[in-house]
Structure formats: structure tokens, C-alpha cells
Design a protein around this ligand. Sequence first.
Ligand code: S3P
Length: 431
Amino acid sequence: MKQKKLMTQIPALNGEVIIPGDKSISHRSIMFGAIAEGRTVVSNFLMGEDCLSTISCFKKLGVEIEQTKHEVIINGKGLNGLKEPSEILNVGNSGTTIRLILGILSGRPFHSVLIGDESIGKRPMTRVTNPLRQLGATIHGRRNAEFTPLSVTGGNLTGTTYKLPVASAQVKSALLFAGLQAEGKTTILEPEKTRDHTERMIRTFGGKVTEENDAVIIEGGQSLRGTNIHVPGDISSAAFFMVAGAIVPNSEIKLKNVGLNHTRTGIIDVMKQMGADMEIIPAFTKEDEEPIGDIIIRTSSLKGTTISGALIPRLIDEIPIIALLATQAEGRTVIKDAEELKVKETNRIDTVVNELSQLGADIEATPDGMIVTGKKELKGGSAVSSHGDHRIGMMLAIAAAICDEEVLLENEEAISVSYPNFFTHLENLID
Ligand code: S3P
């Protein structure tokens, strides 16, 4: 197995990083562009593997999509413009692609087959396939549509009320896509508020969706109009540099163009609570537009904290890097109510705990999270693995920066799923 020697004992990180486009918003821009009528131009689109999988699926559904260096242009012909694919739709490693596209395909009167990579083959799908069946779609798959390969024959949906058993923006979004095509009203009840990029984008494309307390409501039969989308920088990518700046000595990093949507900024709240020396500089944005701004982070002295409840969906993807941050904080950090970590690209309770332990962290797994005791010097002197999970790979690269001994990373390629230029951006911050 090929191993990458990670940079260790980094003395300081200084400078600016222009954070690449948000993965969640990039996926949605292609999907809405594809089902809207007319041209959609997307700037700052994330050219990561996951979002390229979304483009490839929609091309197979007959949508004309042009990629230039800086933009993606989608020539949408409305929902009726989608054609029955003659090939299998392959979502690669992307959970967002498969779950959201299932919502779209559920309303289309044709047959499609979906597959993904080995990790996708282990991720639970009945959280989406069951409610979509309730709306009227016919879906088959391994273990009664829990796992890929899946096949969908859609059309003739009827709106319903569905209470999500787990807080999941992917499931909510799939139901919104299906609800747009259903007869009558679809009401989705969330146990905790999750990222609202789909709701915002429906409005940007001229559609209507209402939010009342814990309910999101959509009327079927709406048609959407193509528009221009500027994708903000991904706070989930910025998170790696937020933590790097806080734990590497003598550092000051400015992160530019970061999405600051409240449903995603849990990591900022947690870092402030832990004592991080950070400044947030919001830019002016119009109502309903995705909020955006710059973040300055400096080397910080940190203390442990508890992370649980409604905060979890606001930082679910940042937990691996927050665990690393906690190793450098005085006292205990307890992460709970985060059982969902077990069904991400890897079981992130296991991968985080095992890989950080290898480097010398004091960290233990719990049934719904982990407990980290700091402050513990990380030694390194071992080979670690991303296990094919982009966020585990990047977390380990930042962990290595504060290790004394050599650290080798197996399967670094996984990082290109969400941050193809990650290592270049890291190297540019070293004086
Ligand atoms: C995402 C939602 C989250 C997140 C994933 C992206 C999205 O998943 O972990 O990386 O774009 O809607 P869940 O909805 O399963 O929590």
C-alpha cells in the first residue's frame, strides 16, 4: 500500500487560504439546475470527486452540463427533461448524491439503477427509500433497499407527513425533491434542525417552501427557473485549518470566503467555548442568500468541553477534527448524541479513536461518541490510515503537524473527494 510521509513538527502556519466551494451546496446547484427550466451558471463549484459524481449522474439522465475552469453551466429543461438512463448511475463515494438523487428519481416515470463504491455499499439507505416508498415510489435493493445496488421506478407521488427518525439533511432534502413532484403537500418533521441549503436553494430557483418550528412544508407541482449560484467556501474544509491554526505554535491564518450558514457553524461555537483565539468577519449578504465571511484563527490555549444535542447536526462532519483539537485542550471533552458518526464514509467513532490513539492521544470510544482527555502531546512514529475517508485523512495530516516523530498516511487519495488542493494549501502556510 502506498504511503505518504506527512509533514511533522511544523513550527508555524501563517497566511491566507481561499477555501474551496461547499460540497453540500455544489451538489444541490447541479441538481436544481438540472430540474429547473433554463440556464444555471454555478461559480466556485467544488471540483471534488463527490460533486463530479453528481455531474456524471445527471449527464446520464440526459442533462447538458458544461464545465469550464471556473464555472459549471447547466442547461435545464425542467423535471420532464430528465430521460431514462441507459447506463447505471454511479455515485462513487458520495452519500449526498445517492440520497438526494433518489428523491428526484422517485418522481420520474422511468427506471434507474444506482450503485456506488465499497463504502456506499455499507451505508444505510432505508432512511430514504422507506419514506420515498410511502410517497409512492417503487424502490428495490439489497436487504429490502437498505443497501446498493438500488433500482427506482418513480412517478405518481402523493404528498404525506413524515417525521424523521434521525436528524438528517440528506433525508430531508430527498423528501423535498420528491415533495416538489408529489400531488398536494409534503410535511417533514425534524427532530433537530439540520442544514437548510436545500430550502434556500428552492427559493433561489423561484420555488416556495415554508419552515414552521420543526416542520418543513412543500407544495407539489412547482416549476423552478434556472439562475446564477455563487458557492461559498466550505466551512467543513475550513475546519481543518481552523484547528491547525489553533494547535500549531506561532500561527495566524486567515480563511477567506467561508460559508457561515447558522446550520453549519457549530464548530465556531465550540472553538469559542474552548477558548480559541478567533475572529469572524461577516460579509454583507442579502436575506435568503448563504451567509459568508472570513475567519482569523491564532494559536490558542484551550479547555475541554461537552458537545451534544442540537449542536451535533451543526457540526457532524467536523467531529473528527474537533477530536484532534480536544487532544490539545486542558481537561476532558465529551462528545455524545453522535451515533450517526457510525454511518458516515467510515464508522467515524472507530476510525477517529483508533487512528488518534496510534499517534498517542488519550481518547476512548463511547456508544454515541467519544471522550478525549488533554492536553496530551502527540508523538507519531507510526503509520495511520484514512480508511478511504477524506475527513479522516485531512484530520491525520493536521495531527501530524504537531507530532515529533515520522507519520505515514495510507490512502491519502481519499482527500480528493472534498478538497483536492488540501496539501498545497497546507504547504503554502509554512514560512
Ligand atoms: C449532508 C448532510 C450530512 C453530512 C453530509 C452532507 C448534506 O449528512 O454529514 O456530509 O449535504 O445534506 P446526514 O444528512 O446524513 O446527516
